[in-house]
Structures are given as C-alpha cells and as structure tokens.
Design a protein around this ligand. Structure first.
Ligand code: TRP
Length: 337
C-alpha cells in the first residue's frame, strides 16, 4: 500500500455551489489534492442529500452542478479520486457493519438530531421525533462509513461537522477493538480561520439563510448579486470600517496581503460603496470568468461529467472492494469453506 496521506471529504448534493463553499471547502481541497504526498478522495454525498431533500430533481441537479464546479475550478481527476457516494455499494455495506458497532446512545447525542428534537419541543409538538427520519438519526454512521471505507487520515470539514468526526473515531475504535486493527483513526482538520464567509445579508453565507452568491451565474446576474450585498449608509468620502463589512470580508478571503492592505487604505479614505462593489465585482469576475466558461461547457455536455465520475468510482472501488472482503472475513461473514 502507498504511504500517501489520505484526505477525504464529501459534498452534500442539495444546493448550488456558492462563494462560501469555494472559500471554505473547494479551493483548499483542490490545493490539497495537488500535493504529491496526498491521495485525495472527494465525493458527491448523494445518499446524505436524501436525508434532508426529497426533491429528486434538486438532488440530481445539485450533483451535476457540484461535479461541474469542482472540475471547472481545476480539480485534476487523474490525481484526486472523484466519485459519487451512491456508486460505491461497499459504503452501504460498511454502514450496516458500523451500525451494529454503534451505541444508540451515541446517536442520541448527535447535535443535528438533538436540534430537530429541540425544535419540536419548542414549537409545542406532542411527538418530539416528529418529522425526523432514520436517515437523520443515523447520519453519523453513514458518514463514518464514507471515511473509514478509504482509511482516511485527514477529513477537512467545517465546525458544524466536527462532532460527526468524533463519532467516527469512536465507532472505528470500537470496531478495531472488537474485530482487529482494520481502520485508520482519522484526524479532524478544521478549515482555516476566516473560512466562514458572510453572505448577502451579512450573516454566514449559507443555503439555509438564502443569502448565498452562486459561483457561476451569468456575468450580468453575478454583478447584480454583488450590487445587492448589504452595506451601511455612510456617504462617499466618509471613512469606513473594514471590520464587519461583507464586501471587505469577501475580498480579504481571496486577495493577497498587499492587496488587502491597499484596500484598507481606500476604506480609510472613504471609498464609495458603489465603487467598492464595482471593484469587488471586477476582481471576482476576473477570477471566475475562465472557470465559468469551463463550467458552462460541462453543463452543456454532462456526459463528460458522468464519464469522469464513473471512472472515479472504479478507482474508489479498486480500494473499497478488497477491503470490504477483508472486513467481511473479520466479522465472520464468509464462505463455509
Ligand atoms: N456531512 C457533510 C456535510 O454536510 C458531507 C459529508 C458526507 C462528509 N460524508 C462525509 C464530509 C464524509 C466529510 C467526510 O458537509
């Protein structure tokens, strides 16, 4: 086996990729995959999407958009293994094995599940489990299967996912303790600080707040979006504070130190909001116009995307399938003779 560091992360296919995804996950993941001592596994977590989204068109469309986005932004799929979770049946098989090694009490403590119960109680529901499906309840075991299937060393995720990784570690340790040392215990790699980007209204950019800036809108629409970003009512010429300013935060996440320092000066000098918005639009458009062309070409020819994903799944299964045989053997699921 190779001694590369295995880096793995999943993308839930429920939404359209936005600037926050780019800065928090896509860009750092693509950069990590270019390191020759890393083997990366990046996948569309379409089974996870089914937990919260029961609109088939949306799940399908989001899979296309997410795949096209990562490819358009330069993910090299000769290097990174890029696949769809649902193309790897071994993951579901492992999910079952892990479920049987997971204490129900551990799942009871899951933040995502507890938050839904708390919402029900708060809104005076009779049944605290109303609207909660088993997929949500056992979400962490499926995520553990995603990770342990490929013996990932590192799993870069946002803060909201750290509990899932702690659970993965607990589940893996329990399995190893009982059946032998099969799983790598993964490390949690928290995204860079400042990776949380504000959205149109100044709150964290998130699908659930409906305040995202999609990455690959047509240029005119993209410009309109930037113009919509909320600012305060300070007039041109009045000094402005970069702290807490969404326009500044977006620029800060992408520009070099010197560029950011220059902009700071322009804030002090009282740059007009209109001018700042135009400046930010041009800056972003410059970064994304090349990828946008590639994205549009991929969306127009989705069979290209499919071919890449199918090949990624084959590579992933080259690892998963023999490993699953070993796990079956270890758990006693094996031929009589
Ligand atoms: N739950 C993750 C999210 O919503 C997506 C995901 C699914 C994932 N499986 C994973 C992330 C495995 C890391 C590793 O962001």
């Amino acid at each position: 086996m190779s001694d590369k560091t295995v880096v793995l992360t999943g993308i839930t296919t429920t939404g359209t990729p936005h600037l926050g995804n780019y800065i928090g996950a896509i860009r750092p993941s693509i950069i990590a995959s270019e390191n020759s001592s890393v083997q990366s596994y990046y996948f569309l977590a379409d089974y996870h999407a089914l937990v919260k989204c029961h609109d088939p068109e949306r799940v399908h469309q989001s899979s296309i958009e997410n795949a096209a986005t990562w490819l358009a932004l330069g993910l090299d799929t000769n290097n990174a293994i890029f696949y769809r979770q649902s193309d790897i049946p071994e993951i579901l098989e492992l999910n079952w094995m892990l479920s049987c090694m997971t204490a129900k009490g551990l799942m009871n403590r899951s933040h995502a599940y507890k938050a839904s119960v708390a919402d029900n109680i708060e809104s005076g529901e009779q049944d605290p489990d109303k609207g909660i499906n088993m997929g949500l309840f056992t979400y962490p075991t499926l995520m553990a299967a995603d990770i342990l299937m490929f013996n990932a060393h590192q799993v870069p995720v946002g803060k909201d996912q750290t509990q899932h990784l702690e659970m993965t570690r607990v589940i893996a340790q329990r399995f190893n303790h009982h059946f032998g040392d099969h799983f790598q215990i993964p490390d949690i790699v928290l995204g860079e600080e400042g990776a949380v980007l504000p959205g149109l209204d100044g709150r964290k950019m998130s699908k659930s707040y409906n305040n995202t800036i999609p990455l690959f809108l047509p240029e005119k629409k993209f410009r309109k979006m930037i113009m919509k970003i909320k600012t305060n009512s300070l007039e041109p010429g009045e000094p402005k504070d970069p702290e807490g300013c969404t326009l500044f935060a977006i620029y800060n996440a992408l520009a070099t130190r010197e560029e950011v320092a220059d902009l700071r000066v322009r804030y002090e000098q009282g740059i007009a909001w209109g001018e700042m918005k135009q400046f930010l639009f041009e800056y972003l458009n410059n970064i994304f116009s090349g990828p946008r062309e590639r994205y549009d070409a991929l969306i127009e020819n989705p069979s290209q995307i499919e071919t890449i994903l199918v090949r990624g799944a084959q590579r992933a299964r080259d690892y998963a399938s023999p490993f699953m045989q070993r796990l079956r053997h270890a758990t006693g699921i094996r031929p009589i003779q």
